[in-house]
Design a protein around this ligand. Structure first.
Ligand SMILES: Cc1cc2nc3c(=O)[nH]c(=O)nc-3n(C[C@H](O)[C@H](O)[C@H](O)COP(=O)(O)OP(=O)(O)OC[C@H]3O[C@@H](n4cnc5c(N)ncnc54)[C@H](O)[C@@H]3O)c2cc1C
Length: 215
């Protein structure tokens, strides 16, 4: 259980008892192999003896794996659309011989290569215990989420109507890719943080407040 104590997140181990209710909402459109339960706690006691601690100098890079979920979806989507493009013949030639397909596939393959590199760098920083890994992991997740959606959407274009059938892996990749953007931190939340940082918005607000421009 993750709770805020004095504004700081703290994890507690917890053995389910009668104070816990599981609310069965989890019937999702995508990433259906993941399991995420809505839990309700009623007067639950979190024991100090079950409070999780990090070894000195270490931190919890809990979000480190999220980028790889989207990379997996993106790679599966790319593999599926390549397979379709090579095996679907239109006017006597495989779809892969059409120039628009080649250009679009090159574009997403190059982006996916960049996502993998960004993720590897972020995980390396986490392994080194460098706090800069948090910002790097968030950026890698953002990129992976977006690129996965882009590749999955290209899959739908290349797949035509057959990719839109429920039995096709292509439609599943589209649903799975979309879910990555929602998982915390969502692409909007990350974009908000990075955008403010890049534009120096918080510094400007702090300065305005110091100088009495704000109530
Ligand atoms: C497949 C999947 C697996 C998940 N697994 C887990 C899990 O294992 N553990 C867990 O705890 N949760 C899990 N979640 C839930 C996930 O953490 C939340 O969906 C996520 O934090 C967004 O919260 P929300 O769904 O309440 O959306 P809301 O907070 O209601 O957001 C609605 C919209 O507003 C945007 N938004 C929200 N806050 C801001 C902000 N500050 N700035 C800009 N935009 C904002 C969001 O990006 C979104 O577009 C999972 C979700 C999915 C889809």
């Amino acid at each position: 259980v993750n709770v805020a104590i004095d504004g700081e997140p703290v994890f507690f181990g917890y053995e389910p008892d009668e104070t816990l209710t599981i609310i069965p909402i989890w019937d999702t459109l995508g990433l259906r192999a993941t399991r995420s339960q809505l839990l309700a706690f009623d007067e639950t006691l979190l024991k100090d003896s079950h409070r999780a601690t990090n070894p000195p100098g270490r931190f919890n890079a809990i979000n480190a794996g999220l980028s790889n979920i989207s990379i997996g979806v993106a790679q599966a989507a790319l593999d599926a659309l390549i397979d379709h493009a090579r095996n679907r013949a239109i006017s006597g030639r495989p779809l892969s011989h059409q120039q628009w397909v080649q250009y679009e596939v090159a574009d997403v393959e190059i982006k996916l290569t960049a996502v993998k590199a960004a993720t590897r760098r972020a995980l390396r920083l986490a392994d080194l215990g460098d706090p800069a890994s948090f910002a790097a992991i968030d950026r890698a997740k953002y990129l992976a989420n977006k690129v996965a959606v882009e590749i999955a959407q290209l899959g739908v274009r290349i797949g035509g109507a057959s990719g839109f059938l429920r039995g096709s892996p292509i439609q599943r990749h589209l649903r799975d890719a979309q879910a990555g953007q929602l998982m915390a931190y969502s692409t909007e939340v990350i974009a908000g943080q990075v955008g403010k940082l890049v534009l120096g918005v918080d510094e400007e607000s702090a300065r305005a407040e110091r100088e009495g421009d704000r109530p």
